[in-house]
Ligand binder design. Structure first.
Ligand code: SF4
Ligand code: SF4
Length: 76
C-alpha cells in the first residue's frame, strides 16, 4: 500500500496539502505541534485509498511530506 508520512514538526499548518489531494485524504490535526501550528495528518486507514500521486508532497512549501509508493505488483 502507498504510505504518506508527514513530518509534523516541520508543518506550518497552511493546509495546502489538504487542498491538493484529489481524494481528500489529508486532514488537519486539532493538536498543536511544537511550533504552535495545527499540523496536517494522514490517517493510516487512508493508505488503501492513496494513489501515491505525490501532489500533496509537491504542494508542501515546507517539504514536510514524503510519499512512499506501493511495491510493484502490490495494490496501490
Ligand atoms: S499521494 Fe496523492 S492521493 Fe495520496 S495523500 Fe498525497 S495527494 Fe492524496
Ligand atoms: S502543505 Fe506542508 S506545511 Fe502546509 S499543512 Fe500540509 S504538510 Fe503542513
Amino acid at each position: 500500500m502507498a504510505k504518506v508520512v508527514i513530518d509534523e514538526a516541520r508543518c506550518k499548518g497552511c493546509a495546502l496539502c489538504t487542498l491538493a489531494c484529489p481524494k481528500k485524504l489529508i486532514r488537519m490535526s486539532d493538536k498543536l505541534n511544537r511550533q504552535g501550528f495545527l499540523p496536517a495528518v494522514f490517517p493510516a486507514e487512508c493508505s488503501r485509498d492513496c494513489t501515491s500521486c505525490a501532489l500533496c508532497a509537491q504542494m508542501c512549501p515546507d517539504v514536510a511530506i514524503t510519499v512512499f509508493r506501493a511495491e510493484k505488483g502490490e495494490k496501490p
